[in-house]
Write a protein that binds this ligand. Structure first.
Ligand SMILES: [Zn+2]
Length: 529
C-alpha cells in the first residue's frame, strides 16, 4: 500500500506492449555495466550466503548467477573473491538532514555526499526523526534533488516541529483550530513525499502533546499510507515509564490504524534495566493482534542527547530558552528544579555517566560531569546548570546494559538504526560495529540475520520499493566488504573516525566507494512516498 514512485515507461492504447527481458539465453552473450565476480552474496532475505556473481546495468541489478556459464561480461569487473556482497544498508533513524542540505565540505568531500554513512555500507538514510523537521517537506526534498546527495534519502514530517510552528514552544493544549492547522501541515507533507510522521515525545515541545492529539495527527499520515516513528515519551522512569511509553505507541498504532516503529529501542537507566523482556512481550502481543509493530536499535551502551534534555524536568523547558534561563536564575523555581535534576542524574547513572561531546565551551569538551564538578568545586547538578546557562552541551550518556541490548537484538521485528548525530561514534560506526562485534566476535547474530535486519526488513516496513535485497530487477544499491577487516573506528573520544573494510558501495548502480575511497559521485535519490 505504500509505494515509492518509480517511473515506468508504458505504451498504452497502441496495441503493443514492449517488455525488456532481463535474463539472457544460454547462447547469447550479455554485457553488463558492472560485474561483481566471485563474492559471497548475502542477499538480504536471511538466506545463507552463496558464492556467485552480480551484474548491474544502469541503476538495476540485471544478472545474478554464474557469469561464466551465463556468458555475462562486464564493462567493468570487480573481483570480490573472499569478500561479502550484500544489499546496501538502510538506516531508519538518522540526523543527516543537516549534512544533506549542507554546502560545506570535510577534507574535500562535501557533507551532502554522506561519507560517514557510505563507508558503513549505508545507501539509504531516513531522516527528520524524533519529531524534528522542516514544515515544508517539498522544499527540503527539492533542494536535495537539485544539489545531489551521496545516499538515497527519505523523510518524515516531525510532529514536534509541527506543534512548535502552530502552538508554539509552550505546554498549552492545542485548540480545535490549531488541530486543524497541524492536520493540514501533516497532510501537505505526506503529499510532498514524506513516508510518515515522526515524534520525539520525550522532547519539548512535542512532549506537550497528549496521546489523543498525537493519534489525531497520526490518522492523517495513516490515511495517506504513512508510518509512525517515535522516540518514545519515556525510555526510562521519567514520566509514564518505559512500559507506559511502549503501551502508548501501541495504542497510537491501534487507534490511528498506522504501522508503528520504536526508534532506538532501549532500557535507559538502572530503574528499567531488565524490562527488555516485558517490552518484547508487549510488542509481540501487539503484532499478534494485527498491529504492524517494529523497532530498531544501535549497538552502543551510551545514548546521545544534551545536558538539558537529559537532566531538566520538561515543565522547566516550557516557553523555550528564555523561560529556562528565567527559571534557573529565579531562586524559587531553581529550588524546585534542582532536586528533580538530581533524581534525573541518578536515573542516568550519576555524574560519571555523562560525557560532554559537542559544545562551544572547549574547557569541558571530552570531560565527564563528575570531573567538571570536581574542578569547579561544586555539585554535579550545579555544574550542569552552569553548562546549560552557558549554551549547553551534547552528551554521550552511558545508561544501557549489554544484556538488554542483546535481548532486543535477536528479535526478528527489530532492525538496525544509527540515530547518528554529531558527538557520538554511532554516526560513523553503527553498521560495521554490528558486524565486527555482534556477528564476527560475539556471534549474537549470524551474518544473514545482521544483513536482513539492516536492509530488507527496513525497506519492507517503510515501503521502499525494489530496495533492500539483491535480486534481478531491484535497484543496484550494492555493497562489497571484507569480512576480515570490516570494523568501526569511531570512539566516544574520537567520534568522527571513519569505518574501515567497506571496499565498494554502489548507489543506484554508480560506484560511490571505489576500492575503499570516495569516488566523487552523488548518486543518491530522494525516495518519495
Ligand atoms: Zn531519538
Amino acid at each position: 500500500m505504500r509505494k515509492i514512485i518509480l517511473k515506468v515507461a508504458r505504451s498504452v492504447g497502441v496495441g503493443t506492449v514492449v517488455a525488456t527481458v532481463l535474463s539472457s539465453s544460454s547462447a547469447a552473450q550479455q554485457q553488463v555495466d558492472v560485474l561483481i565476480r566471485g563474492g559471497t552474496v548475502v542477499d538480504g532475505t536471511g538466506a545463507a550466503g552463496r558464492v556467485t556473481d552480480v551484474g548491474i546495468t544502469g541503476d538495476r541489478i540485471t544478472f545474478l548467477g554464474d557469469a561464466t556459464a551465463g556468458r555475462v561480461t562486464g564493462r567493468r569487473t570487480i573481483d570480490a573473491k573472499g569478500l561479502v556482497v550484500a544489499p546496501g544498508f538502510i538506516d531508519p533513524h538518522t540526523h543527516t538532514a543537516g549534512d544533506l542540505s549542507s554546502t560545506q565540505s570535510k577534507a574535500g568531500v562535501p557533507n551532502r555526499a554522506n561519507l560517514p554513512y557510505l563507508l558503513q555500507g549505508v545507501t539509504t538514510v531516513i531522516t527528520n526523526n524524533d519529531g524534528g523537521s522542516p514544515i515544508d517537506i517539498g522544499k527540503q526534498l527539492e533542494g536535495w534533488t537539485k544539489s545531489g546527495i551521496g545516499t538515497n534519502a527519505a523523510v518524515y514530517i516531525g510532529q514536534g516541529s509541527v506543534r512548535g510552528a502552530v502552538v508554539g514552544p509552550t505546554a498549552s493544549a492545542a485548540t480545535p483550530a490549531q488541530m486543524d492547522s497541524m492536520r493540514a501541515i501533516v497532510g501537505r507533507a505526506m503529499d510532498a513525499g514524506a513516508i510518515g510522521m515522526s515524534t520525539g515525545l520525550f522532547y519539548a515541545p512535542g512532549s506537550y502533546a497528549t496521546t489523543e492529539e498525537v493519534i489525531e495527527l497520526a490518522k492523517v499520515a495513516a490515511a495517506k499510507g504513512g508510518v509512525y516513528d517515535s522516540h518514545l515519551r519515556d525510555e526510562s522512569s521519567y514520566s509514564i515509564g518505559l512500559i507506559g511509553a511502549v503501551n502508548e505507541i501501541i495504542r497510537i498504532g491501534r487507534e490511528a490504524k498506522i504501522p508503528i516503529h520504536v526508534s532506538h529501542i532501549k532500557a535507559l537507566g538502572t530503574d528499567v534495566w531488565g524490562q527488555s523482556d516485558t517490552i518484547i512481550a508487549l510488542m509481540k502481543a501487539a503484532r499478534a493482534s494485527g498491529i504492524n509493530a517494529t523497532a530498531s536499535q544501535y549497538p552502543y551502551t551510551a545514548s546521545g542527547t544534551s545536558v538539558s534534555a537529559s537532566l531538566l524536568p520538561r515543565w522547566a523547558e516550557s516557553g523555550g530558552n528564555d523561560s529556562i534561563r528565567l527559571r534557573l536564575t529565579n531562586p524559587a523555581t531553581r529550588a524546585k528544579i534542582v532536586p528533580e535534576m538530581e533524581d534525573n542524574l541518578r536515573r542516568r547513572g550519576g555524574a560519571s555517566s555523562l560525557l560532554m561531546t559537542s559544545t562551544r565551551d572547549s574547557t569541558i569538551l571530552g570531560k565527564r560531569l563528575d570531573a567538571i564538578a570536581l574542578a569547579r568545586k561544586t555539585s554535579p547538578v550545579e555544574a550542569a546548570i552552569q553548562i546549560i546557562l552557558n549554551g549547553g552541551s551534547s552528551v554521550a550518556s552511558f545508561n544501557m546494559s549489554d544484556k538488554d541490548i542483546e535481548k532486543f537484538m535477536v528479535q526478528d521485528f527489530i532492525f538496525t538504526d544509527s540515530d547518528g548525530s554529531d558527538g557520538h561514534p554511532r554516526k560513523y560506526g553503527t553498521f560495521p560495529k554490528l558486524l565486527r562485534e555482534y556477528v564476527y566476535t560475539k556471534h549474537v547474530l549470524t551474518l544473514p540475520q545482521a544483513v536482513r535486519r539492516s536492509s530488507s526488513q527496513t525497506a519492507q516496513f517503510l515501503g521502499l520499493k525494489d530496495r533492500g535485497t539483491l535480486a534481478t530487477g531491484k535497484f543496484a544499491d550494492v555493497i562489497v566488504f571484507d569480512p576480515a577487516t570490516i570494523a568501526d573506528k569511531s570512539t566516544y573520544e574520537q567520534p568522527t573516525l571513519l569505518a574501515v573494510g567497506m571496499k565498494y558501495v554502489l548507489v543506484n548502480g554508480a560506484v560511490a566507494i571505489d576500492d575503499g575511497k570516495y569516488s566523487g559521485v552523488t548518486a543518491g535519490r530522494v525516495l518519495k512516498h
